[in-house]
Write a protein of this length. Structure first.
Length: 113
């Protein structure tokens, strides 16, 4: 199973970005998927997850600002819509499928003026 993440970049505080993660390979059925992030000098942390039934879960630090969703036509693609970004959101963002222990390559998000 391979995960391809994209959509990172440089954004000003208060701005928005949308990350995408496309899964491919031998995936049987819809699986829970998640986004994690790792800032310099910090441990990797769970940002958001979406279960097989569409139930979502968010870290307290991003609730109300980030939204995780699946593509309507390709259930193996998930998005992370990020809004009201702050410098504290600067990190490398990774997508993850726990069932396959698969991780994407990471995409850098930098929030700076």
């Amino acid at each position: 199973v391979q995960l391809q993440a994209s959509g990172g970049g440089l954004v000003q505080p208060g701005g928005s970005l949308r990350l995408s993660c496309a899964a491919s390979g031998k995936i049987f059925g819809i699986k829970a998927m998640a986004w994690h992030r790792q800032a310099p000098g910090k441990q990797r942390e769970l940002v958001a997850s979406i279960g097989t039934g569409g139930i979502t879960n968010y870290a307290d630090s991003v609730k109300g600002r980030f939204t995780i969703s699946r593509d309507n036509y390709n259930k193996f693609t998930v998005y992370l819509q990020m809004g009201s970004l702050t410098p504290e959101d600067t990190a490398v963002y990774y997508c993850h499928i726990p069932a396959y222990r698969a991780w994407g390559q990471g995409t850098q998000v930098t929030v700076s003026s």
